[in-house]
Design a protein around this ligand. Structure first.
Ligand code: SF4
Length: 500
């Protein structure tokens, strides 16, 4: 049956958990109705959802979904589930979501994807918590399917990745002392169709860029002093954006050197630069990365289809990507990552297969497969361009093609995250040859290591313990960042000082 909205009883009826489950079916809240008056007041095409919670030794949630049959009569589906070994509001909410997932699947005949009731960005955190409690990966996978209705294949993926990540998650004093440093450069050569990042086209006005670089320098100095003050060391350093390589050659080389001097030490295991777009890279910039000791470069073609590159606003060709990749290789920088996106406008699984053939031939150590997310703030979301997007099944097929290609060149999944508005309710997965995993990616997603953020929009996340993060963010707006840089440095100092 087609359902286009839901009603709740006047008491709210666990509205948050209901909204979470309803969002999986793109069902909006329609309002409240008196339970006793449903036969007369429930509109056709809508449902009324009621939850009853009973306490005691075991929490039980009974969920009823009322709907109007074609005949006009009222129908009702009911599901009852109980918690085992957990109670409190979190257990109740999980049971409501689980009940509703099953009932709405039955009523609508729709399956909202493989992730069950999980909607969070970081599903592997749940696995790590289970592994912390000494569950085996098999037991953790079983929990994910039983308690969160995750499909077994995805549960296996999550637990495999978590097991691969465990050696990178530090505990105790070492865990507190080693941090990651993220430096954000907010400029790009042009703006991609799907971009919602705080990326600005590099200003033609040199003075504007110089003002940004001055502020960034103060920010870097503040972060370096902060690490020194608290005896912290950067395990990973990541220059991202935007596209840092869109800076002029001298500015880029100076920035690399400054970052290297400020943070890279004998304890640094990884130094990454996002060189996302070949239209931003020159031989000189590649040489500067090698000279600064960069260990990982990310080249992000997104697709190896000429027609799509044009459509998404990239001012470069497939050939440019290949040439750039080979030049980076020739410097001996040990790890190269390539990003692709499944679900780009006008593409099919056959396009992804052709893209993957090109990437397999280049054999990068890391491959990141994103699923297109139509985010607010992007030109795509604003509907400024009339493009046909592949459907959910086609996008899932593209993800499968990319995963298969990763396997063919010996890469295994090592990190995963999800976003809102992703086509087909899918995921982003990073693959790596064993021993070349990007440690920064693991730390930023699993949130068990303090990350010091430098640059506009960069976030500092100080880990208090595995359940608590204190965070602050620099402003996205570059002019605000420049104007108030001293304030943002002081705020970050205070946040970190409270912990160490
Ligand atoms: S390269 Fe990345 S940050 Fe820059 S415009 Fe494209 S998507 Fe946005």
């Amino acid at each position: 049956m087609k359902v286009d909205g839901y009603y709740l009883p006047a008491d709210g009826g666990l509205a948050g958990a209901v909204a979470d489950a309803a969002a999986l079916f793109a069902l909006p809240a329609a309002g409240v109705l008196a339970a006793g008056d449903l036969a007369a007041s429930l509109p056709a095409g809508a449902v009324f959802i009621r939850n009853t919670v009973t306490g005691g030794a075991v929490t039980t949630v009974i969920t009823e979904v009322y709907f109007r049959r074609e005949s006009g009569e009222l129908g009702c589906l009911t599901r009852r589930d109980k918690s085992a070994g957990e109670d409190g509001p979190a257990a109740v909410q999980r049971l409501v979501r689980l009940n509703l997932l099953a009932l709405l699947r039955k009523l609508t005949g729709r399956n909202p994807g493989p992730w069950g009731i999980l909607r969070g960005v970081r599903p592997i955190k749940i696995v790590h918590r289970l592994l912390d409690k000494a569950l085996t990966t098999a037991e953790a996978a079983e929990r994910l399917t039983a308690k969160y209705a995750v499909q077994p294949e995805k549960a296996g993926l999550l637990t495999d990745i978590a097991a691969r990540q465990r050696p990178f998650l530090h505990a105790g004093e070492e865990g507190r002392r080693l941090v990651s440093v993220y430096v954000g450069v907010p400029y790009c050569p042009s703006r991609c169709l799907y971009c919602s990042f705080p990326a600005n086209v590099l200003p033609a006005d040199r003075a504007e860029v110089a003002a940004f670089l001055n502020a960034l320098e103060a920010d870097l100095a503040g972060a370096a002093a902060l690490l020194a003050r608290h005896g912290l060391a950067a395990e990973t350093v990541y220059i991202g954006g935007g596209t840092p390589t869109s800076l002029a050659a001298d500015d880029f080389a100076n920035l690399l050197e400054l970052v290297r001097r400020s943070f890279v030490s004998g304890e640094t295991r990884e130094f990454t630069v996002e060189a996302g777009r070949p239209d931003s890279l020159t031989d000189g910039k590649i040489a500067a990365m090698a000279a600064a000791g960069v260990t990982r470069v990310s080249v992000n073609p997104q697709t190896m289809q000429e027609k799509t590159l044009k459509l998404i606003g990239r001012n470069h060709t497939v050939r440019d990507i290949i040439v750039m990749f080979r030049k980076i290789r020739a410097t001996g920088i040990p790890v190269v990552n390539m990003d692709v996106i499944a679900g780009l406008p006008g593409e099919t699984a056959a396009d992804m297969a052709a893209t993957m053939d090109e990437i397999v031939a280049l054999a990068p150590e890391n491959l990141t497969v994103h699923t297109l997310a139509i985010k607010r703030g992007s030109r795509l979301a604003a509907g400024l361009i009339d493009v046909a997007l592949p459907g959910e099944e086609e996008t899932a097929a593209m993800v499968a093609v990319a995963a298969d290609a990763a396997r063919r060149i010996g890469l295994v999944p090592y990190y995963l995250y999800r976003q809102k508005y992703m086509t087909g309710n899918l995921e982003n997965v990073g693959y790596a040859r064993t021993g070349t995993e990007c440690i920064y990616n693991i730390q930023i997603i699993e949130e068990r290591q303090t990350v010091i953020g430098v640059g506009p929009a960069a976030g500092t996340k100080a880990v208090r313990d595995v359940f608590r993060l204190d965070s602050c963010y620099n402003p996205k707006d570059v002019a605000t960042y420049i104007k108030n840089i001293d304030h943002y440095v002081r705020r970050r100092d205070a946040l970190v000082a409270a912990l160490f």
